[in-house]
Design a protein around this ligand. Structure first.
Ligand SMILES: *Cc1c(COP(=O)(O)O)cnc(C)c1O
Length: 425
């Protein structure tokens, strides 16, 4: 009976057997992740209780959105969860890049310099900063940019960072997740050490962390170790898969106030911005986020263990500690990348009948393949996989709202590889 169900889903007994064996071997690891989830669940729950969340918080406002109880309370909850003085959490923040762009533009003035001490920032920030020219970039406003790369072993280049800090250095931007780079993701403790080092050289530097994909992976956040601003997207971790749009910025009150003025207009700030009908999803998504993130990490570890077993290089390894929800798997050929992504797509609840194929994407030199069948378009807390078609032919995969779904997606990916004789079991 159950085997028939797997078969009708296109998964062979061999794949089921291997997958179950791998899952069973991960029990201890999964128990640790559950413990982190429980802690973070408690953190979110406590913040909701302390801020007296009630049904009134779910009523939306329209128009200017003055006195929006749900929005204002949600911001207090985010501030409590991240242990910051203030927070800006809005549907009017359209995506992660927008949130990061607001935080930068609000807190850098002409003549200031931004320093990236961990190498080139996320692709989309290149235009925000002006590393690649773009109308409206910080560069156009006279904000200069400095960058210190990581050392070849992936650690911080403290000497060069020290040399790069000067009178103009106003803000450092630290990206927690590796994103699409090959470097490791930083732990919160590592970020804390870096911030401490920088602030010893120049105490008034604003330490801003791009927290995308990192929320709730550990029991502490960068704001617990000295970050003045933490920034992220609600269609990633903290939206729990339910938030249909939005971004957040948590941090020092004076800096957040500037962000609010930048988001709306000077003088108006955070007092306007109707929540429309978003509040329930933003609250409920945050409530679910710790366990959704835990499921995504389990799924990433499962995939790492399975593909390691088949002899592929994976980053991070199945036994390594986790600091974000991204898993990369070096598949070694275009054909395998395509088959892998097909499997993920065929396991999606939405658009499962679509076949992903590599195609050109603006800003990329190589064709890119993407698999995603999400309830929220472009959401990468939902199961998704992608990668540029170039050596080492790595797919990056992330998210998944439940561990079961991720497991089935990975099983389908392996099945596609088997069907095309691209791996042997
Ligand atoms: C996703 C992401 C961003 C940008 O977010 P968008 O919502 O795609 O604009 C920035 N930094 C990192 C590390 C990310 O993962």
């Amino acid at each position: 009976m159950s085997e028939n169900m797997y078969e009708s889903f296109g998964i062979s007994p061999k794949v089921v057997e291997l997958s179950d064996k791998i899952t069973a071997s991960l029990n201890d690891r999964f128990a640790e992740i559950d413990k982190t989830a429980e802690f973070n669940q408690m953190k979110v729950l406590k913040a909701m209780q302390d801020n007296r969340v009630s049904a009134a918080c779910f009523a939306g406002t329209t128009g200017y959105g003055h006195d929006d109880l749900g929005r204002d309370t949600l911001e207090k909850i985010y501030a409590d969860v991240f242990h910051t003085e203030a927070a800006l959490v809005r549907g009017q923040i359209t995506c992660g890049t927008h949130a990061l762009g607001i935080a930068l533009a609000a807190n850098l003035l002409p003549g200031d310099e931004i320093l990236c001490p961990v190498g080139k920032p996320y692709d989309t920030l290149e235009e925000v900063i002006g590393i690649r020219d773009c109308p409206g970039s910080l560069k156009e406003y006279g904000v200069t940019y400095a960058q210190v790369d990581l050392l070849p072993d992936g650690t911080f280049d403290y000497d060069s960072i020290k040399n790069a800090i000067n009178d103009k250095t106003k803000l450092v931007e630290i990206q927690r997740s590796k994103g699409y780079a090959m470097r490791p993701t930083f732990s919160v403790d590592q970020i804390g050490e870096l911030i401490k080092f920088i602030k010893e050289i120049k105490p008034d530097i604003i330490a801003m962390v791009d927290n995308c994909y990192g929320e709730f992976v550990e029991t502490i956040e960068p704001s617990d170790v000295g970050a003045d601003l933490v920034v992220g997207s609600l269609i990633k971790n903290p939206g729990g898969g339910l938030a249909p749009i939005g971004g957040y910025i948590c941090g020092r009150e004076d800096l957040i106030e500037r962000c609010a003025y930048r988001l709306t207009a000077p003088g108006i700030g955070g007092d306007v911005g109707a929540s429309l009908m978003l509040n329930t999803q933003l609250y409920q998504g945050l409530f679910l986020s710790p366990t959704v993130v835990a499921g995504a990490i389990k799924g990433a570890i499962f995939a790492a263990a399975l593909y390691e077993k088949l002899g592929f290089n994976v980053v991070p390894k199945s036994t390594e500690s986790r600091h974000d929800i991204i898993q990369s798997i070096e598949l070694g050929s275009k054909e395998r990348m395509v088959a892998f992504c097909r499997g993920i797509q065929f396991a999606a609840p939405v658009d499962s009948y679509v076949t992903p194929i590599p195609s050109p994407l603006p800003g990329y030199n190589d064709d890119v393949i993407m698999a995603a069948g999400a309830f929220v378009q472009g959401s990468s807390i939902e199961l998704s996989a992608d990668g540029p078609i170039r050596p080492p032919y790595a797919v990056y995969f992330q998210g998944g709202l439940t561990f079961s779904h991720i497991k089935l997606g990975i099983m389908k990916s392996l099945q596609e590889l088997l069907n095309d004789n691209l791996v042997e079991l």
